[in-house]
Design a protein around this ligand. Structure first.
Ligand code: BES
Ligand code: MN
Ligand code: ZN
Length: 505
């Protein structure tokens, strides 16, 4: 999907060539122009067909004096980001049956601040999966014009536009790979995506296989992969946008390309959805895609342990005790709690980068879906600064999360008579006990964990990956640019201070 930024007021929009025109109408905007579109708005308002009700639609076919066949007016309500998203989504959905290839969105009232939300909403609402369904290609929207009435030439609008475009590209990549059927999205396929990213400017990619993983002592990760014929991969992606001396943020993504549960086999119905168990990994790849567009002055490392979780004669069994890279032994009481087993070794590996912060992203627990549903991702961190920064990034990008606790008492159930730690506790507070397990391996740096089990994909008729939390991660990372810069340029004494601050958030 190609995005373009244009200056178009309603007067110019009337003669603009496009397949469909969406016009965001604000209740605040009461100036009535003489052009046909403004006149239409004024009349529709008078008749009550267009009011300030958020996302209320009015579809018009071949309006007089307008070049476009289809025009959809939609109320942007109070103009908040949430309503803009809701309004744009509703309008794009209303146009779906017309299958426009070229769409123009007039943000008459919404300022450049809403470009990001509006562009993402167009991309999300018009997304069509085609990788293994070529017949769906006819419905693909190829060109989108984002039109602002006057602001095109301002720096702010251009900046917002670039950000929007990068985010859409990142989210699309995450969705695309999240959606791939498990036989078309193996660990080896994911490594291929990472290698392609690694060829872009400022990027570097290294892929480790079973032998290297054994050498590193990643006994926990290797144990999960044991039951599958697909070889595991450990992806190390690096984006270097700042000096080497600037400590990187490390993103760790869970890459289980299919989670059958292993010997602790999952029930049959809905098991296909466990192809989405690599959405954490996909979000890391998507974030790197976005970084490759924006090239911010920061350093970022992406670590992706990826494998299948399958039952087999060679598979990990309940009761097995395995040794993690950290040296801690783990009693596997349930082979379906495999995400934490592959993440713990990646968290230990992260230490070597002397990171300013490490964030893991994982479709980790069904319990998180019970707590937070599909609206907010679960956020866990012992660091208030890091948790607050991630929470704020979620609010700003509308890729929401909510902090859950990490009290020591929650770790009680992970005690084992046969190893340093068990891989599961009881059913209660399951997303928190999973986070407590991970915390044991993330002691060397400020750490946060995002449980995206409820937010990474949708079930039912709308079944498909959401590309979350690429929006949140990108917003967060861009917010670290200043701390990274001050850590690099400040004189020695203050540099220490700045690094300290950066290390916290
Ligand atoms: N990938 C699943 C988590 C999951 C389940 C995400 C359902 C979304 C929907 C994870 O590997 C898993 O199976 N977790 C278990 C943990 C349990 C055995 C302690 C779960 O949540 O049931
Ligand atoms: Mn599982
Ligand atoms: Zn899983």
């Amino acid at each position: 999907m190609n995005f373009e930024l244009k200056t178009l007021d309603l007067h110019a929009a009337a003669t603009h060539k496009t397949d469909a025109l969406i016009i965001l109408v604000s209740a605040k905007d009461t100036t009535i122009g003489k052009d046909p579109l403004s006149q239409l708005i004024a009349e529709a308002r008078k008749s009550g067909d267009l009011d300030a009700t958020p996302a209320k639609l009015l579809s018009v076919w071949r309006p007089q004096g307008v070049s476009t066949q289809r025009v959809v007016f939609v109320s942007s309500g109070d103009g908040s980001a949430r309503v803009v998203r809701q309004a744009v989504t509703a309008a794009v959905v209303a146009l779906k049956s017309a299958k426009p290839a070229h769409l123009t969105l007039c943000l008459t009232d919404a300022s450049e601040h809403r470009l990001q939300v509006a562009a993402q909403a167009v991309a999300d609402a018009s997304y069509v999966y085609t990788a293994t369904k070529p017949s769906a290609k006819a419905a693909v929207l190829t060109r989108v014009v984002l039109a602002l009435p006057t602001a095109e030439k301002t720096q702010a609008a251009k900046h917002a536009f670039e950000l929007a475009r990068a985010q859409v590209a990142g989210v699309s990549l995450a969705k695309e790979w999240g959606n791939r059927p498990p036989n078309h999205g193996t660990p080896t396929h994911l490594a291929g995506v990472a290698k392609a990213l690694g060829k872009k400017a400022g990027m570097h990619c290294q892929v480790l296989g079973p032998k290297e993983i054994e050498k590193l002592g990643m006994g926990s990760f290797a144990a999960v992969a044991r039951g599958s014929v697909e070889p595991l991969r450990f992806i190390v992606l690096q984006y270097n946008g700042a000096a080497k001396s600037v400590a990187p943020t490390v993103l760790v993504g869970k890459g289980i390309t299919f989670d059958s549960g292993g010997i602790s086999l999952k029930p049959g119905p809905g098991m296909d959805e466990m192809k989405f168990d690599m959405c954490g990994a996909a979000s890391v790849l998507g974030t790197f895609e976005a970084l490759s567009h924006l090239k911010p002055a920061i350093n970022v490392v992406g670590l992706i342990p990826t494998c299948e979780n399958m039952p087999d004669g060679t598979a990990l069994k309940p009761g097995d005790v395995i040794t993690s890279m950290s040296g801690q032994t783990i009693e596997v009481l349930n082979t379906d709690a495999e995400g934490r087993l592959i993440l713990c070794d990646a968290l230990t590996y992260a230490t070597r980068f002397k990171p300013r912060a490490v964030i893991d992203i994982a479709t980790l627990t069904g319990a998180c879906v019970i707590s937070l549903g599909h609206v907010r991702s679960g956020l866990f961190s012992p660091s208030d600064d890091l948790a607050n920064a991630l929470f704020a990034a979620g609010e700003a990008s509308l890729d929401l999360c909510w902090r859950l606790p990490l009290d020591e008492e929650y770790a009680e159930g992970l005690k084992s008579n046969f190893a340093d730690v068990a891989n599961v506790a009881g059913r209660e507070g399951g997303s928190i006990t999973a986070a407590k397990f991970l915390q044991r391996f993330a002691k060397d740096y400020p750490w946060a964990h995002l449980d995206i089990a409820g937010s990474a994909w949708k079930s039912g008729a709308a079944k498909g990956a959401t590309g979350r939390p690429v929006g949140l991660l990108l917003q967060y990372l861009l917010g670290t640019v200043e701390t990274a810069a001050s850590a690099k340029t400040a004189p020695k004494k203050t540099a220490k201070k700045a690094t300290g601050r950066a290390a916290k958030a």
